[in-house]
Design a protein around this ligand. Structure first.
Ligand SMILES: Nc1ncnc2c1ncn2[C@@H]1O[C@H](COP(=O)(O)OP(=O)(O)OP(=O)(O)O)[C@@H](O)[C@H]1O
Ligand SMILES: [Mg+2]
Length: 484
């Protein structure tokens, strides 16, 4: 560059020409006289050097360039420092890790935004890092459909929300994984201008509402995934509590007990009592135990965490962790509690031995390490097989018998089954109300006779009969049910 002749390269040449090339010494020029005077006392060698330095356009150009370089470096450093300062002062960041429920909400929200608002969000649509989230939907008629949702993959994305630009950075920690569950750690970091920080809570609550809307009126079932709980399948439709017909007063007793418990959180805290309650529903198969627990959870807006004690790989320490870390607002449900410890060591078909021990289970229920807050439901067909240690207050606070059909239950199930449900266009079958009442009475009488004769019928068997019969047929066929 220095070898460029002055004037040939635009910037440098101009610079040299305009200021640094000394004008030729013309005697009449006063500046030339001054110059001569100054260099007067110096010897010939020095004056040659001076004149070389002053006269050499190449040297001058180099010096100028160096100045420019230094200037640029200083400028760059200043920019860097100020951008860090700017970032500190003017930007706010929000980090969401995939341990937090809002992580999934946010990603779902982001993909929804993209679908709704293609044009505005083209900035991140164009980004080349996408992940796919497959959604599988099973229809009532057995068919199914699969949707693919494109969500922001690891990397940087830019979105615009309520007039603010937000940088979204999704990162995956590849080296370490979440203990046991094996899922890699991930975070999304949202960054925006400090003055726009109010959009974060807005955005998060919008994402939460969107996620909740999908679950509204639905029951979410969680199952263990390593030592974490994960939603299992799609949220199910809630079963109306009324649709499970229990013996007079039984449903009300459980419902009142749990509502009282839920209202006494502070009472427990004040007295230092762990905020836990255990229910045991016992009785013959098909009496509505599982159905009632599901319906109850739905009616209270609770989720269900389904725990299978004989699941492979479940050991005492994992059990403690799972029981103390159930998602908020959820019941832990352990079905067929007798089967888990029936034989001392459970061996599955492939020879794997379940390693939850009975004492481990008791400890997980109310030992020192067990969690502070929990509602647990257990079911069994064989109360007599349970160790009395399990059915003591603190582990099971309310044992309830859910028995075979009483005459009144049979009648109620019958009239609910064939009757018209409010808001429903067409009943199962056109039977006048008075006839339905009449048929219902006959069902009731018949079951009464059966029960008096020691023959019992389960609610599940009655439901099965009703499903395959018309109302009149059901009455006629009732005696054909396999009575126990
Ligand atoms: N009391 C009831 N009211 C209405 N439906 C019932 C009732 N009991 C059983 N059913 C029906 O019978 C079927 C089986 O019921 P559920 O699974 O709740 O029985 P369960 O008591 O849990 O049986 P198990 O002890 O074998 O697990 C369900 O389809 C349910 O709708
Ligand atoms: Mg059951």
């Amino acid at each position: 560059m220095v070898s460029d002749a002055p004037g040939t390269s635009a910037g440098v040449g101009e610079h040299v020409k305009a200021h640094d090339i000394p004008t030729p010494p013309v005697p009449s020029d006063p500046s030339a006289i001054a110059q001569t005077t100054v260099s007067g006392p110096v010897d010939g060698k020095a004056s040659w050097l001076t004149s070389f330095l002053n006269d050499n356009p190449y040297f001058q150009a180099g010096f100028g360039l160096m100045g420019v370089g230094v200037g640029l470096t200083v400028l760059r450093q200043a920019l860097m420092v100020s951008s860090v300062a700017l970032r500190r002062r003017m930007l706010v960041s929000l980090e969401i890790s995939n341990k937090d429920p809002s992580y999934d909400w946010f990603l779902a929200w982001m993909s929804q935004q993209q679908a709704a608002n293609r044009g505005i969000l083209s900035a991140w649509t164009k980004s080349h890092q996408m992940s796919v989230q497959t959604k599988y939907e099973q229809h009532k008629n057995g068919s199914s459909s699969v949707f693919f949702k494109l969500i922001a993959g690891p990397g940087n994305h830019l979105i615009r929300y309520r007039g603010s630009w937000i940088q979204v950075k999704r990162e995956r920690e590849t080296r370490s994984q979440q203990l046991m569950s094996g899922i890699p750690w991930e975070t999304v970091t949202l960054t925006t201008l400090s003055r726009d920080r109010v959009v974060f809570p807005q955005l998060l609550s919008e994402a939460r509402d969107m996620a909740m809307k999908g679950h509204e009126g639905r029951l979410v079932i969680h199952t263990p995934w390593g030592i974490e709980w994960k939603p299992f399948g799609l949220p199910r439709r809630k079963r109306p509590l009324k649709s499970v017909v229990l013996q007079e007063g039984v449903a009300e007793k459980i419902d009142q007990d749990i509502k009282a418990f839920l209202n006494r959180r502070q009472w427990y805290a004040d007295r230092g009592i762990p905020y836990r309650r255990g229910y045991l529903l016992y009785g013959p198969p098909g009496s509505g135990k599982s159905s009632f627990i599901q319906a109850l959870a739905g009616s209270l807006g609770y989720d269900i965490c389904l725990l299978n004690l004989s699941e492979r790989g479940l050991a005492d320490d994992k059990l403690i962790h799972l029981l103390s870390n159930a998602p908020e607002r959820s019941f832990v449900l352990i079905e067929d509690i007798d089967a888990a410890f029936n034989k001392r060591v459970q061996t599955t078909e492939d020879g794997y031995q379940s390693s939850v021990t009975f004492s481990g289970f008791l400890n997980a229920l109310d030992g020192v390490a067990s969690g502070e807050e929990r509602i647990i439901f257990m079911t069994t067909n064989h109360l007599e097989r349970l160790d009395p240690a399990l059915i003591r207050p603190g582990r099971v606070d309310l044992p309830v018998l859910i028995d075979d059909a009483t005459p009144e239950q049979a009648k109620k199930l019958f009239t609910q089954f064939y009757g018209r449900i409010e808001g429903e266009g067409q009943a199962w079958e056109e039977v006048s109300e008075s006839e339905l009442e009449d048929l219902g009475k006959r069902i009731e009488e018949q079951v009464r006779k059966d029960v008096e004769g020691g023959r019992r019928v389960s609610m599940a068997a009655l439901q099965g009969l009703f499903i395959r019969s018309t109302a009149r047929e059901a009455v006629a066929r009732l005696h054909s049910l396999h009575h126990r």
